[in-house]
Design a protein around this ligand. Structure first.
Ligand SMILES: Cc1cc2nc3c(=O)[nH]c(=O)nc-3n(C[C@H](O)[C@H](O)[C@H](O)COP(=O)(O)OP(=O)(O)OC[C@H]3O[C@@H](n4cnc5c(N)ncnc54)[C@H](O)[C@@H]3O)c2cc1C
Length: 417
């Protein structure tokens, strides 16, 4: 005898379906956002802006654990240049430099880009040969860079000590006149305001704690300190913390995180006309519009997630600055701080798709990613929108470390602000 239960009767009424008809089943959950960007620094905000501006993707959120620009974007010494040695890097940084030139107009926000010239000093024969090689390679790539004698260095930057009494005398310098500085927090605010005006949501004080993946492996969304946020695609741009965030999705990256510090002097009247960099004695200096001397120190010797560097690194840099520019001996230092930079084995960035469908990563800018902010955001937005790398960032894959196709700016530049 056939037994009827309420359920079987109901199924019969449905026409013998074992499960609910498709149209009655609850629909697949829709992503709350088409794209979520993890990290509200300059790169993340620029990515969101270009996603909206160039690809019409406005259902986008930028999720930031602190406040926007509170990471390396607001902590760096703002040196902008594109005179990198290898073709791949030169293309990437020159793309960024061209965007810097029109950025204030594009964002309708003054980012105070100031092409006052970046002078990279040579102190020994190796430096001279290496920088001359850079000058020639840059010119072949259509990038301005010129060689100056010690006297020409002095004319371009009068406070420099070009006397022979220095421990590491100045033997010349490579000058990129289009290089310079910009105001770091204005870059974050300018991109944030322009992205917000196009519909992007910016969620501050919202830390990403996990990345949820579906059975298919594809990303589903992020677990945050404020709850779960569903996402169609996720772009991770969390400098210094990238490996922590990517581990949440089961992706391991060849990254190490180091503290890198900078300091500023008390403000003085305009005294220093350009940006001067010295890799050999490890010192970087420029004067901000407020009058402070902005000085970059080196990375700590040990890996750490602490946003402060060792004191001896800063004092070493001050020794070097005082030898380069003796009149600065009388300046008092106002404050110093640190950021966390993540570096790859070849000191070039990763801007790429990952093995996880829907997950993209932009990291490894080390000590030199501020200058790349507009270009990085632009090509990363392309990569996310099209699920395919832009020709400019195509070489900057994760797989290059497996395949040995390095872009070895580490060997080329030693230091890369
Ligand atoms: C002292 C110093 C000097 C430098 N000098 C120069 C220079 O002169 N020129 C140059 O080109 N570059 C320089 N750099 C490097 C440059 O600052 C960085 O490469 C660049 O700013 C990186 O930008 P970003 O947007 O990727 O990172 P950030 O601005 O650090 O943004 C990443 C954001 O991710 C957030 N985040 C991290 N984890 C999470 C999480 N779990 N959930 C949510 N959010 C998270 C962070 O809070 C942070 O705001 C310097 C860096 C430092 C520290």
């Amino acid at each position: 005898m056939r037994r009827f239960s309420a359920i079987s009767l109901f199924r019969e009424a449905l026409g013998g379906h074992e499960t609910w008809p498709r149209q009655w089943r609850s629909p697949e959950p829709k992503p709350a956002y088409d794209v979520v960007i993890v990290g509200g620094g300059g790169h993340g905000l620029a990515t969101a802006f270009y996603l909206a501006e160039r690809y019409g993707l406005t259902n986008v959120a930028v999720v930031e654990k602190g406040w926007i620009g509170g990471g390396n974007t607001g902590r760096n010494t703002t040196i902008i240049r594109s005179n990198y040695l290898f073709d791949e890097s030169a293309r990437l940084y020159e793309h960024a430099l061209k965007l810097w030139e029109g950025l204030s107009q594009q964002l309708n926000y003054n980012v105070m880009y100031s092409p006052r010239g970046v002078l990279m000093l040579a102190h020994n024969i190796h430096d001279v040969q290496s920088f001359k090689r850079h000058v020639h390679a840059n010119r072949l790539n259509g990038i301005d860079n010129e060689w100056l004698s010690p006297q020409e260095c002095k004319e371009f930057c009068p406070p420099l000590n070009v006397g022979g009494a220095m421990r590491y005398p100045i033997l010349g310098g490579a000058l990129q006149r289009r290089g310079g500085t910009a105001r770091h927090d204005a870059v974050a605010w300018g991109y944030a305001r322009a992205a917000d005006a196009r519909g992007v949501d910016i969620l501050e004080n919202c830390e990403v704690l996990g990345i949820r993946r579906a059975a298919s492996g594809r990303v589903e969304g992020i677990e945050t300190s404020r709850g779960f946020i569903r996402a169609g695609k996720i772009g991770v741009v969390a400098a210094g913390n990238t490996s922590v965030v990517m581990n949440m999705a089961g992706v391991r990256l060849p990254l190490e995180s180091f503290p890198l510090q900078a300091l500023v002097s008390e403000p003085v009247k305009p005294a220093f006309p350009c940006v001067v960099m010295s890799n050999t004695i490890h010192a970087y200096i420029s004067q901000s519009d407020k009058g402070e001397m902005v000085i970059g120190a080196g990375t700590d010797a040990y890996t750490s997630y602490s946003q402060r560097g060792a004191l001896h690194i800063a004092t070493h840099t001050l020794d070097a600055i005082c030898e380069l520019v003796p009149m600065f001996r009388r300046l008092r230092m106002l404050r110093n701080w640190g950021g966390i930079v993540d570096v790859t084995p070849d000191r070039s960035p990763i801007v790429a798709k990952t093995p996880v469908p829907g997950l993209y990563v932009n990291c490894g800018w080390g000590t030199g990613g501020f200058k790349a902010t507009p270009g990085s955001g632009d090509v990363f937005a392309w990569t996310i929108a099209k699920d395919d790398p832009h020709p400019i960032n195509a070489p900057f894959t994760i797989e290059r470390f497996r395949d040995g196709v390095m872009i070895d700016e580490a060997a080329a530049a030693a230091v890369a602000h």
